[in-house]
Design a protein around this ligand. Sequence first.
Ligand code: PLP
Length: 430
Amino acid sequence: MRILEEPSVALSDLSSEELSAFVEEQRAAYEQYVAAGLSLDLTRGKPSAEQLDLSERLLSLPEGHTSADGTDVRNYGGLAGLPELRALFAELLGVEPGQIIAGGNSSLTLMSDTLVHLLLHGGVDSEGPWAGQGTMRFICPVPGYDRHFALLESLGIEMVTVPMNADGPDVAAVKELVKDPSVKGMWLVPTYGNPSGITCSQEVAAELAGMETAAPDFKILWDNAYALHHLTDTEVKSADILSLASASGHPHRPVVFASTSKITFAGAGVAFLAGSTETVKWFTGHLGKSSIGPDKVNHLRHMQFFGDANGVRAHMAKHRAIIKPKFDAVDEILTDDLAAHEVATWTRPEGGYFVSLDVLPGTAARVVELAKAAGVALTPAGASFPHGKDPQDTNIRLAPTLPPLSEVRDAMAVVTTCVLLAAAERVTAS
Ligand code: PLP
């Protein structure tokens, strides 16, 4: 459903009469959407039912209950996870099989556990537990992943932001911040970032891996959630952070995370943690106090489902075929409706799950409010910033994977009308 056919004029070029007419036009279009009683949702980056169906065969696996090394997966044990599944994801993530563990269904839980263990026990290169050392800070590239920020907030770790540039976090800003010993680490979604879609270059990764930090046990929490989630035929390769860190004398700095949440089942996949051999030993040492072993039945089921690394790649191509048209629709509607008015910029991601939309500063919250009243749920403005506060009130994260394509199109038509109406209101008021 598209209600408005637009003349193409930059808002800043309009006279005040033209601007008033423009506001009225947008309001009229908007009121029609409100009257249509829509109920659409672009909030969270969830796989659609069609994507989940790609993995339906998992529900009839595993065949048998014995892994390649003869382990009966139904029993306790094997804290580090099924060796063949670890080897498979070691290959895909570019790490050594001995440096990765396969856990439960959530990498976010592994991230939380890592931070809690650092706080309570300190890391392999720490002088002692982080807790009790006074104020602790983490560097957060923005826009970033809201749950990373919520986790730090819940643990009492302060957040300092750096911009996300086209090749990764702003290294100069990071290097300045790490001169402070209270800055204990940083987040990074290195491949097809949430929500920026940006991939950290090998050069930026080398700088982060090798930089001097005042904290001797500085950590890079390398959340490679979208390592395999390509939207084009060019399969971007993640920077090899473990080798870079090891080569520059900081082998324990990165802790790598990934999962099959957006490969198989978001609620019943397998999560992975990788790091130096010592880091993996450190993590499993603590894990062994709270678990006698992971769900190896699920590990075996995933192993049989994929077969090998090419099985995973072929599976990801099927995801791409489903979601690429949705990303194309988002870009097409943003371009058609907004480009000429010069009131917004947005990303054209080559992978991952999000489009990052920057509207006129000071209007993001208004856009989200307008969209809500017209029946389109958007991620709250500011969600991609610590404490949910975008200082510019400009960023909106769009997540087009869950709804069917037709609903993505309908929702985006509403979004662009809201962006134009909010911008026009703003320009008229100033
Ligand atoms: N990391 C990032 C960057 C994400 O975007 C998400 C989910 O949206 C997760 C982690 C959650 O991962 P998991 O399902 O493995 O806990």
